[in-house]
Design a binder for this molecule. Structure first.
Ligand code: NAI
Length: 329
């Protein structure tokens, strides 16, 4: 049985995600934390007759109680985008929130697996790594930027133009988690896809900017919350399964390539050389990342070009995160 903490649990993602996690019978303790609004959300969810005991904690003074004894921490705390904003525009506010929360994780549950949803993921994950390093508790195998929504969207958007394709189609998505740092590898889809060049270009663009469709449709009321909650619940479910079984469970995530230096070699030769973090499919195990899953085949020329473009933008995002922590310390 597993204990999970959601930090930012009263928000748009946090509420739906907490509901989905409450339905997960493998979770015995669900610890919900926010700086506002959490008593109502937690009390409501706590009446659902599934296994987990639900507890709530509000404000920084209760963060230690929210985290002590926790196995998996998932963080959707922070502000979301409004129309016209990029994920990077969220940096100033969300960087300080992530820093504060990760410091508490380092102090109260340093061995927990950490899944970061708060944007810009390309920078918040390096921030988390730096904070954990500074506290002397960093293990790159335990840190994940949640990019599951990109593969969820990829599978769904392909189905929109090929209704016969099963929604379980697997399309690896590598790089980062914003705009042109998101690189869908349609040529490596399983089963293989038969797509015209124009369809490929349209799909790549839609997967890269799918989040903007939601931001525009919500018209100022935020970004993806329901599909994100689904994606995060799937990711947490995979982490839990990897605790409990020896079967091979693969999920994408933005990870520190130091988690598997051998496995990172293939990724680096694709044009990601010099990058410390990259979104890749990883094989999950009892302590987090077991290894980076090798790509099954060579990406197309267009995709390799996409990786090069992504790598340049991603490097700027990563450096911004690292510099933020170094400057503050
Ligand atoms: P929201 O504004 O609805 O919820 C955020 C919650 O965080 C609020 O309840 C707020 O009180 C809480 N919060 C703020 N400061 C906090 C702190 N210091 N400690 C704990 N909680 C705090 O936002 P929403 O829509 O739930 O999005 C959350 C984040 O997730 C945003 O940064 C958004 O960009 C990101 N996101 C990430 C995606 C991904 O694929 N990784 C997809 C969609 C959104």
């Amino acid at each position: 049985m597993v204990s999970v903490a959601v930090l930012g649990a009263a928000g748009g993602i946090g509420q739906s995600l907490s509901l989905l996690l409450k339905l997960n019978q493998a979770i015995s303790r669900l610890s919900l934390y926010d700086i506002v609004g959490i008593p109502g959300v937690a009390t409501d969810i706590s009446h659902i007759n599934t296994n987990s005991a639900v507890e709530y904690h509000i404000g920084q003074a209760q963060l230690d109680a929210a985290l002590r004894g926790i196995d998996i921490v998932v963080i959707p705390a922070g502000v979301p985008r409004k129309p016209g904003m990029t994920r990077d525009d969220l940096f100033n506010i969300n960087a300080s929130i992530i820093r504060e929360l990760i410091e508490a994780v380092a102090d109260h549950c340093p061995s927990a697996l950490l899944a970061i949803i708060s944007n810009p993921v390309n920078s918040t994950v390096p921030i988390a790594a730096e904070v954990l390093k500074a506290r002397g508790v960093y293990d790159p195998r335990r840190l994940f930027g949640v990019t599951t929504l990109d593969v969820v969207r990829a599978a769904r958007f392909v189905r929109d133009i090929r209704p016969n394709i099963d929604t379980s189609v697997y399309i690896p998505v590598v790089g980062g988690h914003s705009g042109n740092t998101i690189v869908p590898l349609l040529s490596l889809a399983e089963p293989q896809l038969d797509l015209a060049q124009e369809e490929i270009e349209d799909l790549v663009h839609r997967i890269q900017y799918g989040g903007d469709e939601v931001v525009k449709a919500k018209n100022g009321a935020g970004s993806a919350t329901l599909s994100m909650a689904y994606a995060a619940a799937r990711f947490i479910e995979s982490l839990i399964q990897s605790f409990e079984s020896d079967s091979i469970i693969v999920e994408p995530a933005l990870v520190d390539l130091a988690a598997d230096t051998q496995g990172a070699k293939q990724i680096k030769t694709l044009g990601a050389d010099g990058l410390a973090f990259f979104a890749v499919p990883v094989v999950l195990g009892k302590v987090g990342i077991k290894r980076i899953a090798p790509l099954r085949g060579e990406p197309s020329l267009l995709e390799r070009k996409g990786i090069e473009i992504a790598a340049a933008a991603l490097k700027v995002n990563i450096d911004k995160g690292i510099t933020y922590v170094i400057k503050k310390s």
